[in-house]
Write a new protein. Structure first.
Length: 206
């Protein structure tokens, strides 16, 4: 009788612990995954607003000493562009760093109305060739998929000036961090459940 009650006690206790830990684990993992997607989408929003490239924006963000020739100063102070004015959109959003254009790796492909690639932008990524970029973008274009993941790349399909642009953002660093956190979390949960099981078995005997 006592042995039977002990088994039931252990089973009920471990089931309760497992459900609570699983709920906490699931909530944390989903929250982290959503954070990865949100951060990627914020960068892609800025890229789309800038026509699919940060290159022009980076030129504007250069420090005053980076120019070979000093910029021409206007008579009116209001006509002079300062670095703080250029960075202002980032800080107004309070989401992205002013370094975002410099540490983002991405490529784009633009299609005309007949589905032909009219423009490729691969200057901001080293691991993707023009051929690979065209192949990946064409596959997404033919699938008529608006957004998602292609490997470690977050992609989005958008229309700019009547043409369809497929934008790919490299999320390797963020996804590797997420996967590492996922692995560590699983290990911690497993060790926690095992430790609680040993403790429950011992206390149930008492």
């Amino acid at each position: 009788m006592i042995r039977s009650l002990r088994k039931k006690f252990i089973a009920i206790t471990m089931l309760s612990v497992f459900l609570v830990l699983f709920a906490i684990f699931f909530a944390i993992i989903i929250s982290n995954y959503i954070s990865v997607i949100t951060a990627a989408e914020e960068r892609m929003d800025l890229l789309v607003e800038n026509g699919g490239s940060f290159l022009d924006f980076e030129d504007k963000m250069k420090k005053p000493g980076d120019e070979k020739e000093p910029p021409e100063m206007k008579d009116s102070p209001s006509e002079n562009k300062h670095l703080s004015d250029i960075k202002k959109p980032f800080f107004d959003q309070n989401k992205l760093s002013a370094e975002t254009p410099f540490d983002s790796r991405y490529f784009t492909a633009t299609f005309d109305s007949e589905g032909n690639v009219t423009k490729l932008e691969t200057d901001r990524i080293y691991t993707i060739s023009d051929e690979t970029a065209k192949k990946k973008a064409t596959a997404i274009y033919n699938q008529n998929t608006r957004f998602g993941f292609d490997g470690n790349f977050r992609f989005r399909t958008t229309t700019i000036d009547g043409n369809v642009m497929v934008l790919f953002l490299d999320c390797t660093r963020e996804l590797e961090t997420f996967r590492s956190f996922l692995t560590q979390s699983i290990a911690v949960v497993a060790i926690g459940i095992f430790s609680i099981f040993i403790l429950v078995v011992f206390l149930s005997g008492i």
